[in-house]
Design a protein around this ligand. Structure first.
Ligand code: ADP
Ligand code: ASP
Ligand code: MG
Length: 452
């Protein structure tokens, strides 16, 4: 049995956290591949380094902060000479790239810089595993994680990854745990790419698919997937199991605990996914499976902040054909995917999928896009909105469900509603300032009262 275990940023934040994760790996001999994120905060610091117009002093401060996080872990490694040299090479590469970016602000350089967080954490994590008695080596995932060249948000090339993983990675798994990097890959020219923020979950699922693993374990800072973000509702409950469909909807609509694309490879290969806490593994966690015993109407509430609503107005829309085709062609050209959409006689309102933003956090709406849309219609943009999604089953076919939801929403202004495309969600757009209160009110009514 092969299991791929992924440890997120807080799980590999420092030596103590890495040691806890190493114990989890050593207690589970089925774990053959370990995928790690950069230590907590490192990717944010690297992203800050890619920003235009930072001063030299700010750059040096960021570089020092990054080095300090790694050195604090290194100092606990007893046999550290070789690791220390390898780490030095990675840290000097960060310096060089941050200098190179002053002149050349190419996305490919940015991706190479961002990849160094995971390169450092994988080097250190393998050393911690060995120190605790395991056989472990670092594996450069760029040898197998082939992607296109869309730097900042590269698309994995599934077939090529399967061939490369079976050629280069599978033969190494017999008696050694391979510790590798999440989030990063390489295009066909060998240039480093990234899969977008939070992409390490996706990396683990892609590797599981390529290696035909039995399970993927996502070890994080919460004991599973909860009925809503436990930071937003103290009454949130950990779910024992949920279906692929429910998990995919939750991730798509903002449950940060899983990167939205994670479920796709798992569904293609029917690989079960476990989500648990690396701090308290004994608490168990959530299994995401194809078949689950229970399919409640209400399963969870998710929220996605910082939503943008585009309102498009055109008299040409009236009784016309092809207007939406133009709009979608323009959005596709700018690599923007749409989340919610509603139409009226001469208006279309749509929200943009921010999960499409790239690793360096560049915004989606830019002047060329607005210019092109304005050729077809009048455009207005509303910001500071949040998308709240109620996730469950039979939502489109259960009577009385909307009445219950809307009675909870009574004190709030609902800017847009979408329901009907899927049996698994009902989405509402509200002011960002109301989001936490809306989630909490919905959670209390749908999950903490006795009515079902
Ligand atoms: P990692 O660094 O391990 O990838 P993330 O910060 O990306 O961890 O994801 C874990 C966080 O996801 C939790 O701390 C929690 O606040 C948030 N989260 C959002 N929605 C949910 C949910 N429904 N269940 C559990 N956690 C959630
Ligand atoms: N380190 C990357 C990030 O912070 C990827 C990940 O953690 O999943 O976005
Ligand atoms: Mg994450």
């Amino acid at each position: 049995m092969t299991v791929i275990a992924k440890f997120g940023g807080t799980s590999v934040a420092d030596f103590a956290a890495m040691s806890r994760c190493a114990e989890i790996v050593l207690n589970r001999p089925q774990t053959r591949v370990v995928v790690v994120s950069a230590s907590s905060g490192v990717t944010n610091l690297l992203v800050a380094l890619t920003q235009a117009n930072i001063t030299d002093a700010q750059r040096v401060a960021l570089l020092n902060d990054i080095a300090l996080i790694q050195q604090n872990i290194l100092q606990h490694i007893t046999q550290r000479e070789v690791i220390s040299q390898a780490l030095e090479v990675l840290l000097s590469r960060i310096w060089q790239l941050s200098e190179a970016l002053v002149l050349d602000r190419s996305k490919s350089l940015m991706d190479e810089l961002l990849s160094l967080g995971e390169q450092c954490s994988s080097l250190l994590f393998a050393a911690v595993l060995r120190q605790l008695g395991g056989r472990a080596e670092v594996f450069d995932i760029r040898r197998v994680m082939r992607t296109d060249s869309h730097f900042g948000r590269a698309e994995p090339l599934i077939d090529e990854i399967a061939v490369l993983a079976n050629e280069h990675l599978a033969p190494l798994l017999d008696d050694t745990v391979m510790v590798t990097q999440g989030f990063i890959g390489a295009d066909c020219h060998g240039k480093t790419t990234t899969l977008g923020r939070g992409g390490s979950d996706y990396s683990a699922a892609l590797l599981a698919e390529a290696l035909a693993a039995e399970a993927v374990e996502i070890w994080t800072d919460v004991a599973g997937i909860f009925s809503t973000d436990p930071r937003l509702a103290p009454g949130a409950k950990a779910l024992k199991e949920i279906s692929f469909n429910e998990a995919a909807e939750m991730a798509t609509f903002g449950a940060k605990v899983l990167h939205p694309a994670t479920i796709l490879p798992a569904v293609r290969r029917q690989i079960q996914v476990f989500v648990g806490s690396s701090v308290a593994p004994e608490q168990g966690g959530t299994w995401i499976r194809h078949q689950v015993t229970d399919a409640p109407v209400f399963r969870a509430v998710a929220v996605r902040k910082d939503q943008t609503l585009l309102n498009l107005h055109s008299l040409k829309m009236l009784h016309a054909q092809g207007f939406l085709a133009h709009i979608f062609a323009t959005l596709a050209k700018h690599k923007i995917s749409v989340d919610l959409i509603t139409t009226s006689e001469v208006n279309v309102a749509l929200t943009l999928d921010k999960t499409g933003s790239d690793s360096s956090g560049s915004g989606l709406i830019n002047a060329p896009l607005l210019q092109e849309l304005s050729e077809h219609c009048r455009v207005s943009v509303e910001d500071n909105l949040a998308l709240v999604a109620i996730i469950g089953n039979r939502i489109a076919t259960t009577s009385g469900l909307c009445r219950r939801v809307f009675s909870v929403l009574e004190p709030f202004n609902v800017r847009m509603i979408c329901q009907g495309a899927s049996a698994h969600n009902l989405c509402i757009l509200v002011a960002q300032a109301d989001a936490a209160a809306v989630v909490s009110a919905l959670h209390t009514d749908l999950f903490e009262s006795d009515v079902d």
